[in-house]
Design a protein around this ligand. Structure first.
Ligand SMILES: Nc1ncnc2c1ncn2[C@@H]1O[C@H](COP(=O)(O)OP(=O)(O)OP(=O)(O)O)[C@@H](O)[C@H]1O
Ligand SMILES: [Mg+2]
Length: 265
């Protein structure tokens, strides 16, 4: 792990531009992410969320503007940037043939860490996978795989984690499991930048939310701040219906976890 090189925002993005041929995807993107916070980049399909993450992860070069991660400029200090983050993409990078525990031990060994078994057991516990730890990943549910994937990306204690659509393709119950895992990360001081198309996901998880639209950040703030952007609510008397998600979870006997994450309002 690279030492923190600055005070101030862990991720700093200024005037970021990127085009693919004639398609201008990013047209001057600015945002900061504070250390230890969860920041959600919200945008519809094709808004450029993955493009931002790929630039921050040094997998793609920007056409203009600057970005830094953990105090290191992505253009001039890419090796230091790479030491500072871990990335979890949309498709889990776990090995199906191995057990969950074996996957974790493998990554810890690859990173030359001491006592890979203890590291694996600690992560299995933190991500509620202790019971499943000895089973082949091929028998895991989608939510369990994602949790294992996130756990794997934590090995080595990167100060920053990028999660590109961490709950894409998961059912509501598995999404809540992953939300717990993400909150857990931030609880341990990791800075999380996640992308999502789901308003409710940003609402549940993020300390700050930025909306990427037509190449720019059109809104950026806490949920309370974003709510203030809208005109004051008028009072209407309506019967409050549960959301489909609440119904789904109550019918399947939603577990205790749903209480703490707060799916109801
Ligand atoms: N390598 C590429 N070549 C050409 N166009 C690309 C390339 N990568 C992305 N694009 C285009 O850039 C735009 C932004 O893509 P990007 O993947 O960043 O969006 P996104 O916000 O992550 O979308 P999604 O929610 O679907 O994941 C899209 O129109 C996409 O088709
Ligand atoms: Mg994407």
């Amino acid at each position: 792990m690279v030492a923190q090189s600055i005070a101030g925002p862990v991720i700093r993005v200024r005037g970021l531009e990127k085009s693919y041929g004639k398609l201008e995807v990013l047209r001057g993107v600015d945002f900061d992410v504070a250390r230890g916070s969860i920041f959600a980049l919200l945008g519809s399909n094709g808004a450029g969320k993955t493009t931002v993450v790929r630039i921050l992860a040094t997998l793609l070069k920007a056409d203009g503007g600057t970005a830094s991660v953990n105090g290191f400029d992505v253009a001039t200090r890419p090796a230091d940037v790479r030491e500072s983050f871990s990335l979890t993409g949309q498709f889990a990078a776990v090995d199906e043939i191995l057990s969950g525990r074996e996957n974790l031990v493998l990554v810890a060994r690859l990173r030359h860490l001491k006592d890979p078994g203890a590291i694996a057991d600690d992560l299995l516990r933190r991500f509620s996978l202790t019971d499943a730890g000895g089973r082949k990943v091929s028998t895991y549910s989608g939510g369990m795989r994602r949790r294992l994937d996130i756990a794997m990306s934590l090995i080595g204690n990167s100060p920053v984690i990028f999660l590109d659509e961490p709950t894409a393709g998961l059912d509501p119950e598995a999404r809540i499991e992953v939300w717990h895992a993400v909150k857990e990360l931030a609880g341990y001081g990791t800075t999380v930048l996640l992308t999502t198309q789901h308003l409710d996901e940003a609402e549940q998880l993020a300390d700050r939310i930025a909306i990427l639209h037509q190449g720019r950040i059109i809104a950026n703030g806490t949920l309370a701040e974003l709510k203030r952007l809208f005109p004051a609510a008028s009072v209407e008397y309506v019967e409050k219906q549960p959301t489909l998600e609440e119904i789904f979870l109550s019918v399947i006997g939603g577990d205790d976890k749903s209480d703490t994450i707060g799916t109801s309002n």
